[in-house]
Write a new protein. Structure first.
Length: 170
């Protein structure tokens, strides 16, 4: 008897969540304005996400077939035991989630554009290193990527994104 890997379990949970999203998409009311229905984008994104989750599920099943008994039993040699070892092992995800929650907390003040640029810059600087050249690269990447997405959603798709109190015009 073989056990399912963590990836297989996660992919099944994600597929169940995708099923919920597909069902929830059918509940979005269509006001019959003759334009694109409100459920079009959520349904499109949900089906793309479902396709990715199916690929993930198939890959996890194929990886399960290649696993050996050593892969299942052997603990990770780099991880130290205890709570301190757990924090060291998950330090990067913890810091990244902290940055994201700071972004969410400051969203009413900075807005989507400024807050998003600060979030991307902080994540790139934390994960990618901080030399003068890298800081300039991170700033350019943050401004261009977040700025392009902000322009696309604000002017291309006419989505009302949160505006900050400190800079109400943007």
């Amino acid at each position: 008897m073989t056990t399912m890997s963590r990836d297989t379990v996660v992919s099944i949970i994600l597929l169940l969540f995708c099923g919920f999203l597909v069902w929830a998409g059918t509940l979005i009311r269509d006001p019959q304005f003759g334009e694109l229905p409100p459920a079009a984008w959520p349904k499109a994104v949900t089906w793309v996400l479902t396709a990715f989750c199916i690929v993930y599920f198939v890959q996890s099943l194929l990886a399960d077939r290649r696993r050996t008994a050593e892969d299942i039993v052997a603990p990770d040699p780099d991880r130290q035991p205890g709570l301190a070892g757990w924090f060291r092992w998950y330090f990067n995800p913890i810091v990244c989630l902290t940055f994201y929650f700071i972004f969410l907390a400051t969203l009413p003040y900075f807005g989507t554009l400024i807050g998003g640029i600060l979030l991307v810059f902080a994540l790139l600087s934390f994960l990618g290193g901080m030399t003068p050249r890298l800081i300039v690269n991170h700033a350019i990447i943050a401004v261009v990527s977040v700025g392009a997405m902000w322009l696309l959603f604000t002017y291309g798709l006419r989505v009302l994104l949160p505006r900050g109190e400190l800079f109400p015009g943007i």
